[in-house]
Design a protein around this ligand. Structure first.
Ligand code: NAP
Length: 492
């Protein structure tokens, strides 16, 4: 069926209405055209969404967890039933391949199902009393949660915040990235159709500096859950500190992938290609720093370059495409600036380093998968997140050397290790500073396994059973069982 875009209304406290803020243009960067323009949220819209959330949250928070779970299960089912629609909208909004956006939509459905199950199976705690009383630790919703998300995998990163926050009894105000405002409005429609009470979810597109900032600074917002760049995350953490408000930060990365001489080379090359070039490298966990043991460095690099040159760069709706257009022409310019910098730093472009020559791609934001050699780990190209299809490859001598080089970076998000020596894999996995380590695989995810970063890659964890607790506060309750006046009072 021919797909079209919906009208340009936004979802303010459960009601579809024209935003009163600045217009936001959604681009289809693969074809260099405009998808649609929607009306962003204004300060008035933010206030209205917050007022509606304040009204709706107490009765939602008071529901039994299994009753909240029922609604979340329905949202999960409706996402699963609408995967094609969601995938199409997200591919048009981000230029990601349909193969990938279908997988992201399926992952969003799984996230709602998982947190529904977590909500109805999480226990409060009777703690061991040290006197004649009952002691309990119970969990309560925080109230109103602001979720601020990036453009690179919107439906999945939105679900990772909305599902646990709603499951925990909160209302959520979502501010999507300005480059990808559309798919979360689809999610809002699905939540509405699934019977989520009005007011519990708002989707407020608008610029980060305006709408994002208003949410972060609003006194009724009890927590901000943020995924995005490190500089923005740092700014939000400062603002959160002023309010003494909890904030969780999922930030950028410059993740090392380590190839030991005893690895299975075919497996390693396939995993490395997927780790850096899938999603056109626009992935926080992209394995963008590759360390190869010196004894196999030349032969391995040669094979890797040949395999990279064979990747299919193409239109996101073509099933054969492995590397699609970048999200926006401005973002391609940023990637190009980094590659120019790598040249200035003395790097050798081993492949890519340019826009494709195919005339069918001339209007899109395409960039060839690029491998750069000849740089030291201290070069800016090796230290900063490029967020595009660009890999730097460097040699190392031994385990100690690669652990030192791998950890010599401000980020600490992920790491890949390729070796057939399992003891060594485990040793290196423990020694590397990273929130996630993949051994003989890369970029695999499970909603039941916690995810997050250290250092400049953020703080806090999403996913896993504890992911629900990140949206709750703990309360301790003591109840006297003795029926006696307190002895301190020396009651007659
Ligand atoms: P970004 O520029 O930091 O933006 C992220 C979100 O923050 C957007 O919605 C943005 O709105 C908003 N924002 C910007 N300034 C703000 C402010 N002052 N107050 C409140 N909100 C503000 O990041 P991005 O370019 O969209 O995304 C790419 C980054 O996300 C990369 O660094 C990537 O590594 C990271 N990321 C991390 C993870 C993870 O789980 N660790 C996952 C995915 C992506 P506007 O769009 O309107 O500017």
């Amino acid at each position: 069926m021919e797909q079209t875009f919906r009208d340009n209304r936004i979802f303010v406290g459960g009601i579809w209405q024209a935003g009163r803020g600045a217009p936001i243009t959604s681009h289809f960067a693969a074809e260099g055209c405009v998808n649609t323009v929607i009306n962003g949220a204004s300060a008035q819209d933010v206030d209205l969404a917050i007022a509606r959330a304040r009204d709706a949250q107490p009765s939602w928070g008071a529901l039994k967890p299994h009753d909240r779970a029922t609604v979340l299960y329905r949202i999960s089912e409706r996402i699963a039933a609408n995967i094609e629609r969601i995938a199409w909208v997200q591919s048009r909004d981000t230029s990601k391949t349909l193969t990938e956006t279908r997988a992201l939509a399926a992952s969003a459905a799984a996230t709602f199902r998982y947190f529904a199950a977590v909500a109805e199976t999480s226990d409060d705690l009777l703690t061991v009393p040290r006197g004649d009383y009952i002691t309990a630790s119970v969990h309560e919703p925080l109230g109103l949660v602001a979720a601020i998300t990036p453009w690179n995998s919107p439906i999945a990163s939105d679900a990772q915040k909305i599902a646990p926050a709603l499951a925990a009894g909160n209302a959520v105000l979502l501010k999507p990235a300005s480059w990808s405002p559309l798919v979360c409005l689809e999610l809002a429609l699905i939540a509405e159709e699934a019977g989520l009470p009005k007011g519990l979810l708002s989707v407020l597109p608008g610029s980060g500096r305006e709408v994002g900032n208003l949410l972060v600074e609003h006194r009724d917002i009890a927590k901000v859950s943020f995924t995005g760049g490190t500089a923005t995350g740092r700014r939000l953490a400062h603002a959160a500190a002023e309010k003494l408000m909890p904030v969780s930060l999922e930030l950028g990365g410059k993740s090392p992938t380590i190839v030991f001489e005893d690895c299975d080379i075919d497996l390693a090359i396939a995993g490395i290609l997927f780790g850096i070039f899938s999603s056109s490298g626009q992935s926080c966990i992209a394995g963008s720093r590759l360390f190869v043991q010196r004894s196999i460095f030349d032969t391995f690099t040669e094979r890797l370059v040949a395999a990279t040159q064979a990747l299919v760069v193409g239109h996101p709706f073509d099933a054969a495409t492995q590397v699609s257009s970048l999200v926006h022409l401005d973002h391609r310019e940023s990637v190009e600036r980094y590659v120019a910098m790598a040249r200035d730093e003395g790097g050798n472009i081993l492949c890519g380093g340019a826009q494709p020559k195919d005339t069918a791609q001339k209007d899109g934001a395409y960039y060839l998968p690029t491998i750069i050699g000849g740089l030291d780990n201290s070069a800016r190209t090796c230290r900063e997140e490029i967020f595009g299809p660009v890999l730097v490859v460097m040699p190392f001598e031994d385990e100690a050397d690669v652990i030192a080089q791998g950890n010599d970076n401000d980020y600490g998000l992920a790491c890949g290790i390729w070796s057939t020596d399992h003891r060594r894999c485990q040793r290196v996995a423990r020694a590397i500073r990273a929130g996630t380590v993949w051994i003989n695989t890369y970029k695999q995810f499970s909603i039941s396994t916690p995810f997050g970063g250290d250092g400049d890659s953020g703080m806090g964890r999403e996913k896993g059973r504890a992911g629900l607790r990140a949206y709750q506060r703990q309360k301790s309750i003591y109840e006297d069982m003795s029926g006696q006046p307190h002895p301190w009072a020396r009651w007659p």
